[in-house]
Design a protein around this ligand. Structure first.
Ligand code: KIV
Ligand code: ZN
Length: 518
């Protein structure tokens, strides 16, 4: 069942919550996935791949909850080519208004021989059987030949033809290992269009990894060759070097319609909001020179450039900052700004907060304004992202006092935590103030985890800037991120650590039957 009525429209299939979440250290909890899915729906993404339901109870729940509550996009669940996987995906997707099962099986010689240990004939038959089985649950079935770009053409054509005949409406060609180069990948799509007799019955999709930094280039080359669905992720997160970045695909098509006359349904003004939310949830900062969403993407440092931009922005800007959701004025708010101005500002920044969240955010804004003279957009964004993060909290920071300095006494921290409703206090020393504070947490709630990342970033300029701290913890191969912002770096550090620890506790309650990757 081909679903793209308009031949020039490119379907945006977002896999931030599935392939993106497979980035080491990028795991998200249910509440976080729901927030991201809502933002994706709000920006007009066509398909949300919400997870891999058989992979863990957490993945199943995330797909199921997103299927229940996120309206608009098709909600998709990934499955291998087995009945058990497909049935689990179908069960998770049951509440969705529009659902898709995405099933995959490797077809390259390397994968068939070493990973699957299956002959091509058996792979072909398994593909057909899996799609037929998935069609018992939904009319909307997508099939992917994993490692498609390294698959022999005869094998690929036969499997694709049979997959369409068995009922797959979307055929996704993955460059699983990011090996392809644009001309060659475009030629692969052309080859399929020419050789597969029933190819017009399906939408051709592409899924490009970024191992050679070519994920976006390969995806766009494939669109030029006839692909009409692109699988991508916000900020380009994903396995290893990541997936093609959605914001780059969408803005390239919007900006260069002259060279690539295709369009998407994405409201590009939501891009920054999605990018910031994702990086605040995962703790994966965006590199400053990242296209579209990097802090420098619209910054002009050299005098010649600044002069040009002041005379006519088009001299050095190929797209407007507003078109990706950057507000022009970094308007300063302060302690005298009222609820109304705050509400307008929050709306301008692209957030749609309910009354209670707005009330909490306003109170936190006022508290911040007591500490900091000028409140910038970035401060408000950090404050809202921080407040929404709340994983259900077993541990809460009640108070913290830290002594440190140039004298030769070891830095010392005194802390009170609320642990499951009970307040507990202690003091600890450490190799530095942060170490001392983290030692307090370990003393009050003994645990054995590895600190993989501790990162501090100033939200704005100035010594009164809020510090945004990211902490990544690892336990038995499970990684979680915590992020918090505060004008006090030590408080932000402890809150970020405690947030990550709370997430880890939540994860412990869930079982992961087997480690799966796609
Ligand atoms: O990279 C890949 O091949 C995948 C498939 C499951 C589409 O993620
Ligand atoms: Zn992938």
């Amino acid at each position: 069942m081909a679903q793209n009525a308009d031949k020039d429209r490119v379907i945006i299939f977002d896999t931030t919550l599935r392939d993106g979440e497979q980035s080491p250290g990028c795991s998200m909890n249910l509440e976080e996935k729901l927030r991201i899915a809502e933002v994706l729906a709000g920006m007009g993404v066509d398909v949300i791949e919400a997870g891999f339901p058989i992979a863990s109870v957490g993945d199943f729940e995330a797909v199921n909850e997103i299927a229940k509550s996120v309206k608009g996009p098709i909600i998709c669940g990934l499955s291998r080519a087995t009945k058990g996987d497909i049935d689990r995906a179908a069960e998770a997707l049951k509440p969705a208004e529009r659902k898709r099962i995405h099933t995959f099986l490797s077809t390259s010689p390397l994968h068939m021989k070493y990973k699957l240990q299956m002959e091509p004939e058996a792979v072909h038959d398994a593909v057909v059987a899996s799609i037929k089985h998935a069609r018992n649950h939904t009319d909307d079935v997508e099939w992917s030949p994993e490692d498609g770009s390294r698959t022999e053409h005869d094998v690929l054509c036969r499997c694709v033809e049979s997959a369409i005949a068995a009922g797959a409406g979307t055929i996704n060609i993955p460059d699983t290992v990011g090996y392809a180069v644009p001309e060659e990948f475009a030629a692969l799509i052309t080859m399929l269009m020419n050789r597969v007799p029933n190819i017009d019955k399906a939408v051709i999709s592409v899924h490009c990894h970024n191992d050679l930094g070519l994920g976006v280039a390969n995806s766009l080359a494939a669109v030029n060759a006839g692909a009409r669905q692109v699988e991508c992720t916000i900020n380009g997160i994903g396995e290893r070097a990541g997936n093609a970045a959605m914001e780059e695909i969408v803005m390239a098509l919007k900006t260069r319609g002259d060279a690539m006359p295709y369009y998407t349904n994405v409201t590009t003004e939501h891009i920054m909001k999605a990018s910031r939310l994702l990086s605040s949830i995962t703790g994966f900062a965006v590199q400053p020179n990242k296209a579209i969403v990097g802090a420098n993407a619209f910054a002009h440092e050299s005098g010649i450039h600044q002069d040009g931009v002041l005379k006519n922005a088009e001299t050095y800007e190929i797209m407007t900052p507003e078109s990706v959701g950057l507000t022009k004025s970094n308007i300063v708010m302060g302690k005298h700004s009222g609820r109304h101005a705050f509400k307008d500002k929050v709306k301008d920044l692209g957030y749609d907060l309910g009354d209670n969240s707005l009330q909490t955010a306003f109170k936190r804004f006022k508290d911040l304004a007591d500490l900091k003279k000028e409140i910038f957009d970035e401060d408000i964004i950090a404050l809202i992202d921080d407040q929404g993060a709340g994983a259900s909290e077993t541990i809460k920071l009640v108070s913290l006092e830290v002594n440190c300095g140039t004298v030769h006494n070891p830095p010392k921290a005194a802390m009170t935590l609320n642990i499951e409703g009970q307040e507990k206090s202690c003091q600890a020393t450490g190799d530095g103030p942060v170490d001392a504070a983290f030692n307090c947490i370990k003393a009050l709630y003994p645990h054995d985890v590895r600190l993989q990342l501790y990162q501090v970033h100033a939200v704005t300029q100035g010594t009164d800037a809020q510090a945004e701290v990211s902490v990544r913890l690892e336990e038995d191969g499970r990684t979680v991120n915590g992020m918090a912002a505060d004008t006090d770096t030590l408080v932000a550090s402890c809150r970020a650590y405690i947030m990550a620890l709370n997430k880890l506790l939540l994860k412990r309650q869930k079982t992961a039957p087997e480690a799966l990757s796609a």
